[in-house]
Each structure stands twice: as structure tokens, then as C-alpha cells.
Ligand binder design. Structure first.
Ligand SMILES: Cc1cc2nc3c(=O)[nH]c(=O)nc-3n(C[C@H](O)[C@H](O)[C@H](O)COP(=O)(O)O)c2cc1C
Length: 192
């Protein structure tokens, strides 16, 4: 059983990464294999609406010059997908939006290829807009027939500078419980 996490922050190892790692720690404690992919510094463009994915139907985006197809391959081999983003102007980062638009459209072109995988969103914010960013990511999971576990609060942590989320006790507890619930759900789906 494997969960892959994508950190869509432009800042490597920042608050979003800390929150995602809290979820991954719990998953590993439950025996789930984990991987963290950080998009910071990597090239990832937005969808160009060529719709060639509907012609090719090869589980790949036709724009093959950046990291997107590598991300899709990791999603395909995983049982669970975490998408983490900082809040930028009350929504997801550009990197996160590119990831969900292109992976989402490629999935639709290929018979909802992430169907019944488990998906969860994780968001970091300084002060406001995190619920909107959280909703944006959940639209990707829910339109793709994925199954979304909850936690004790919506999955967000508050902090501005790198490391600030370490002081958000409720945010960290939310991530911990999300990891436990995700592991529980994955095991149920796999009949364990
Ligand atoms: C371009 C930009 C826009 C931002 N917009 C918001 C915002 O709308 N609301 C908010 O609470 N924080 C906002 N922030 C702060 C980040 O969400 C916050 O610092 C977050 O912890 C960053 O996560 P990271 O360390 O993973 O990059 C913004 C930061 C940047 C760089």
C-alpha cells in the first residue's frame, strides 16, 4: 500500500511540507509506504486545453516537457494521493493548479483513471483563504470518483514563515488524525 504526497508550494520544505510530513508519519506508522514529491523549483506548466489526452488515451498529458507525466505515473502506482498547497491569494499555488488541472483532465480522458483511490488535501496559510484552497483541491478528487477521508478539522495549518506551523497544535493534530483515517480507509478498501 502506498501514498504519494505532492507539495505544490514554491518554497521547498516549508509549512506545507511540514504538514504533509505529519500525515505521512502516521501513514508509515500504520505500515503504509510513502513518498513526498516537492514541486518547488521544478517546471510545471498549466493546461493548454489541446485536448489531445482524449485522442491519445495513453494515461499521459501530451505536453511532455515538464514533470507532470512523472507526477501522473506516481499517482497511478499509488493507492492514495495527498495534494498539499500553500494559500496564495485565497486559493492554491500556481504549481498546484497546474498539477490538478492537467492530471485531472488526463484522468478524465482515460476513464477516470484515479477512480476509488483515496485522496486528501492539505493546506498551509498565514491567515485567510485556506478553506477556498482546500475546496479547490477537493474538486480534483471528487470529480475523479476518488474517496476523501476527513479529520478533526478541515486539513489546514496556520503559519507564515517556514516552520511557523509547528506552533499550530490543532493543525498538527488534524494532520495526525488525517493520516490515521487515511490508513484505516486504505486498509478497508484493500479488504484488510
Ligand atoms: C504569493 C503569496 C500569496 C499568499 N496569499 C495568502 C493568502 O491569501 N492567505 C494567507 O493566509 N496566506 C497567504 N500567503 C502566505 C502563505 O500561504 C503562508 O506563508 C504559507 O505558510 C506558505 O506555505 P509554504 O511554507 O509551504 O510555502 C501567501 C504567500 C505568498 C507567497
Amino acid at each position: 500500500m502506498k501514498v504519494v504526497a505532492f507539495n505544490g508550494s514554491a518554497r521547498k520544505d516549508g509549512n506545507t511540507a511540514i504538514l504533509l510530513n505529519r500525515v505521512l508519519d502516521e501513514l508509515r506508522a500504520e505500515g503504509v509506504e510513502t513518498e513526498l514529491v516537492q514541486l518547488a523549483g521544478k517546471e510545471i506548466r498549466g493546461c493548454v486545453a489541446c485536448m489531445k489526452c482524449f485522442e491519445n488515451k495513453n494515461q499521459r498529458c501530451s505536453a511532455d516537457k515538464d514533470v507532470l507525466n512523472d507526477c501522473i505515473a506516481r499517482m497511478l502506482e499509488a493507492d492514495g494521493i495527498l495534494v498539499g498547497s500553500p494559500t496564495y491569494f485565497a486559493d492554491v499555488s500556481t504549481e498546484t493548479k497546474a498539477l490538478i488541472d492537467r492530471a485531472g483532465m488526463t484522468a478524465r480522458a482515460n476513464g477516470h483513471m484515479f477512480k476509488r483511490k483515496v485522496g486528501a488535501a492539505v493546506v498551509a496559510a498565514r491567515r485567510a483563504g485556506s478553506i477556498h484552497a482546500f475546496d479547490s483541491i477537493n474538486h480534483f478528487f471528487l470529480i475523479g470518483q476518488m474517496i476523501v477521508p476527513g479529520s478533526i478539522y478541515w486539513n489546514m495549518g496556520m503559519g507564515f514563515k517556514k516552520g511557523d506551523v509547528e506552533s499550530d497544535r490543532e493543525g498538527l493534530d488534524t494532520m495526525k488524525q488525517l493520516g490515521r483515517n487515511m490508513a484505516w480507509l486504505l486498509k478497508k478498501i484493500q479488504g484488510e
